[in-house]
Ligand binder design. Structure first.
Ligand code: GDP
Length: 426
């Protein structure tokens, strides 16, 4: 694997956590490169379920160092809680590191995001209200200089940066939203206990990555969210504020693009999406609810039911190109076990023209008509199957169709939530 990126090929929630957890067993370094506590991974180990929002899934492997890269945004309150929870369950977190340069999600980011979403009413973006967007917006604004992870260990510096930020933010809070101003001292007091705890994990992340590369260590990058939630490549404006695509691994850690050897794109055997925005293969009514219930499609972070759709081959092909995918990891194939036939979108039609990749302009995407092919179902459980050749013929055909549509060979097929329920193709 020398340098591998695991990336979501749809709108997030593809099961990247499980795939990363499996690959992390062979990694020296596992890195999250973007996003914050708006991500949510569920990893099941020996029937024990771990829900992680910030910390990379590799944390469950003791010999593997886990880094939150400079491209992530960290809420110290969430990170401190996540560390405590893992420690209470016997995982020391001694192998955790956080880049000095990661930006910090502060209580005022969450407050302002909530006020802004409430003010937008029905036109809200549907964010997770974790303060991620406002933290990235401050990063792009640069001044007043926002709080970065290294600042958390220095009370005097932290106090100053909070006061600088609130001198501007309180104007917005008071005059745009008509709410009382926040007290800099109260914000400091709220954050300081967690800040002290988590600042122990701060390091020069860029140097850690470059040293690992020089020593030819096995590095695994763990993408959060998914390709079409990328702020540049996704279905804007219903996207996240960072770069989930594979290129984000470079931006978020200081890795040159030519250092990447493999990009494993995780795709669910069907499609889901949380919140607003276009979803061409969305299934209305009972069948959508069936997939949602059988796939347990409820957000790890928010608990919101996800919108469900049939597999979209145009999405898969476009995502494979955007990420330079070298392999496909198919997840949740077992969720389709009971269906007699399974529609698969093999192309889009727009104004009489056929497309095999997605239009990048959202209004055009709203207009596409998915073209479906009906594949036979297998109507038997896949959960115990250990080899590709042992899959029922119809399930093999479904996997082949996914490879054909994405134009990328499959490397892993997941047929259940646990580590053991994974077919690895050598
Ligand atoms: P992530 O953010 O991409 O890691 O995805 P989530 O963790 O939000 O969603 C994946 C969910 O599906 C988790 O609850 C996993 O335990 C579960 N899961 C992963 N792979 C499979 C699979 O192949 N079959 C089934 N039934 N569940 C799976």
């Amino acid at each position: 694997m020398p340098v591998t990126v695991v990336v979501g090929g749809q709108w997030g929630d593809e099961g990247k956590g499980k795939i990363t957890d499996i690959l992390a067993a062979d990694a020296d370094l596992v890195i999250r490169y973007q996003g914050g506590s708006n991500a949510g991974h569920t990893v099941v180990v020996a029937n024990e379920e771990f829900k992680l929002h910030l910390i990379p899934s590799g944390i469950l492997h003791k010999d593997c160092t886990c880094l939150m890269g400079g491209g992530t945004v960290i809420d110290p309150l969430v990170l401190a809680e996540e560390i405590e929870n893992l420690q209470a369950r016997g995982h020391s977190c001694e192998n955790l590191r956080v880049s000095y340069t990661a930006h910090v999600v502060m209580p005022y980011h969450k407050h302002i995001e909530k006020l802004a979403e409430e003010a937008r009413g029905r036109d809200s973006i549907g964010t997770t209200l974790r303060g991620i967007g406002p933290a990235y917006a401050d990063k792009a604004r640069r001044l007043p200089r926002p709080v970065r992870f290294r600042d958390l260990g220095n009370a005097q510096q932290l106090r100053k940066l909070i006061a600088d930020q609130l001198s501007e933010k309180n104007i917005i809070i008071q005059h745009k939203y008509g709410q009382p101003p926040l007290s800099a001292e109260q914000v400091f007091e709220e954050i300081w206990p967690a800040a002290q705890k988590v600042s122990a994990y701060a390091i020069d992340g860029q140097r850690l990555v470059q040293d690992a590369l020089r020593r030819e260590q096995r590095i695994l990058f763990e993408g959060a969210q998914g390709t079409f939630l990328d702020i540049d490549c996704g279905t804007y404006p219903f996207v996240t504020s960072s770069h989930p695509v594979a290129a984000g691994a470079c931006l978020g850690t200081g890795l040159g693009p030519t250092a990447i050897d493999e990009v494993i794109m995780v795709c669910k055997a069907y499609t889901t999406r949380v919140g607003a925005g276009v979803l061409p293969t969305e299934i209305a009514g009972e069948q959508g609810q069936f997939l949602c219930a059988r796939g347990q499609e409820y957000g790890t972070t928010t608990g919101r039911p996800r919108r469900c759709g049939w597999l979209d081959g145009v999405v898969a092909r476009t995502a494979a190109m955007l990420n330079g995918a070298t392999y496909l990891a198919i997840t949740k194939l077992d969720v389709l076990d009971e269906l007699a036939t399974i529609p698969v979108c093999v192309g889009y039609e727009i104004d009489g023209i056929m497309l095999d990749t997605m239009p990048s302009w959202p209004d055009d995407l709203e207009k596409v008509k998915p073209i479906y092919e009906e594949l036979p179902g297998w109507q038997q459980p896949l959960g115990q199957i250990k080899a590709r050749d042992d899959l029922p013929t119809a399930a093999q055909a479904y996997v082949e169709k996914m490879e054909e549509l994405a134009a990328v060979p499959v490397k892993l097929i997941s047929v259940g939530p646990s580590r053991e329920q994974t077919i690895i193709i050598q």
